[in-house]
Design a protein around this ligand. Structure first.
Ligand code: UDP
Ligand code: MG
Length: 340
């Protein structure tokens, strides 16, 4: 079991148009590496034919293919989590199903790992994304780096390689709404980054709306740091100090010049500004409370409907009648109960 050298984990959500091209490029690229590997696909509750296509591919290459079928859409990162839990390789590489990360680049990541690094991130050479995502992601990167001290040059690129030790550490975390590259970074002993090619989406369209990108970044900030809360306490102290000074000024002014009556709307502006900040603070607190709430509910993070994997020939015979085995060769579907 431990001799398996590489697991490739791929989340799939409504990717029916691009999957065949992915298979056509991925398998040859991995065969060329000359190491033992497995590919773990996670169907994240796709509403198109993705699941059926993955089943077909499993029938075609059951030796190196495993498929996890979720019974709903739990998000890219939960899908990768499930893939990590199922993976058996000494090293694990994550990849997007849309071919934005060329499978041929996996070799580059593994070569870097051979130098002794345990976590390899990647930086897209030329990003083929829309301009607003370009600008937004640069701004978010700066902010994130300051707040969380997690250095990921290009957080949008999921082509990454992890050593078994990091995968085990991640598997022992039962976090909800997490961001896997950041989590891995906090566990990494010796992280490194390499520059990789980045293509346009082969087919279909991006699954991330502006809203889900904003959500993702909130999760990143609040999931890995309490600095936003601390900044709020600091802001509170600053405002209190300033209003104390202002009060002293008004007292002095009243004694020297007399009472003031003007400036009503300046007061309004000030008060509205403060109310805005207070509301933002309550919302921020809510983000943390929400995370705590999600965590303490202990609900399963995802539900697995079925896992398709090749069974040990012996085990299959024990489980099924001879006829069923003959019908289905050595390939069997292992239906797991609600996992986790
Ligand atoms: N994905 C997923 N579940 C989701 C959304 C996306 O498994 O809810 C997968 C998707 O199939 C793809 C990867 O995550 O393999 C990245 O998604 P996408 O390409 O849409 O994101 P982008 O490249 O636009 O950031
Ligand atoms: Mg993509």
């Amino acid at each position: 079991m431990s001799t398996l050298q590489l697991s490739v984990v791929i989340p799939v959500y409504n990717e029916e148009q691009g999957l065949q091209t992915l298979f056509d490029r991925l398998y040859p690229a991995l065969d060329k590496l000359g190491i033992s590997y497995e590919i773990v696909y996670i169907n994240d509750g796709s509403r198109d034919r993705s699941a059926a296509i993955l089943r077909e591919q499993f029938q075609r290459r059951p030796d190196v293919t495993r498929v996890i079928l979720f019974n709903g859409n739990f998000g890219q990162h939960m899908a990768i989590m499930a893939g990590f839990e199922q993976s058996r390789g000494q090293r694990v590489v994550t990849l997007d199903a849309d071919l934005q990360n060329p499978p041929e680049e996996i070799a580059k990541l593994l070569a870097k790992m051979d130098e002794g690094f345990d976590y390899i991130g990647s930086i897209r050479k030329q990003r083929n994304d829309s301009w607003w995502r370009h600008v937004a992601s640069r701004a978010m990167n700066n902010l994130r780096e300051r707040i969380t001290r997690i250095k990921i040059t290009d957080q949008g690129c999921m082509l990454r390689a992890y050593d078994r030790g990091i995968i085990d550490a991640i598997n022992s975390c039962k976090e909800v709404n997490t961001f896997i590259p950041a989590l891995a970074y906090t566990f990494a002993r010796k992280p490194a980054e390499v520059v990789v090619e980045h293509d346009e989406r082969a087919a279909g369209e991006s699954k991330y709306s502006l809203y889900s990108l904003i959500r993702l970044n909130f999760d990143l900030m609040t999931g890995f740091s309490v600095v936003p809360l601390q900044m709020f306490s600091m802001a509170g102290i600053a405002v209190s100090l300033m209003s104390a000074l202002f009060f002293v000024f008004l007292v002095v002014r009243r004694l020297i010049i007399g009472p003031e009556a003007e400036g009503l709307f300046t007061l309004f502006a000030l008060v509205f500004f403060m109310i805005g900040i207070t509301l933002f603070g309550i919302g921020l607190l809510g983000e943390y409370v929400g995370r705590i709430y999600q965590q303490v509910r202990h609900r399963p993070r995802y539900l697995v409907e079925a896992v398709l994997e090749e069974q040990d020939a012996v085990k299959v015979k024990q489980k099924r009648s001879k006829k069923a085995v003959a019908e289905d060769s050595a390939v069997s579907e292992l239906f797991t109960d609600i996992q986790e």
